[in-house]
Write a protein that binds this ligand. Structure first.
Ligand SMILES: [Zn+2]
Ligand SMILES: [Zn+2]
Length: 94
């Protein structure tokens, strides 16, 4: 009996909640806003992957992905968002 099944798409409700939360941070959290736009939802996916992939300059890397700038060139707002995302993921801001 095969024990190896095809990988399922991310249906884990906790993962989904976390993803939505992060997408919302990327999009810009504000009162009454419950969901990010579709663009930030997609962006959150690659941000999470990048955050979990490599430790060096993690915060700067994530911030620049949000800002659309070079690594180290992100604005204060995007640096703050990057830190918030890493905290949500339970990762060190390094
Ligand atoms: Zn958005
Ligand atoms: Zn920015």
């Amino acid at each position: 009996m095969p024990t190896c099944t095809a990988p399922e798409p991310t249906t884990d409700p906790l993962d989904q909640i976390l993803h939505d939360e992060i997408a919302l941070v990327v999009c810009g959290r504000r009162e009454g806003k419950m969901r990010s736009c579709a663009r930030c939802d997609i962006k959150a996916r690659s941000l999470i992957q990048s955050a979990q992939a490599d430790r060096p300059k993690r915060t700067q890397r994530i911030a620049s992905m949000i800002c659309g700038s070079e690594v180290g060139g992100a604005c204060d707002a995007c640096n703050a968002k990057a830190k918030e995302i890493l905290q949500l993921l339970g990762l060190e801001t390094a």
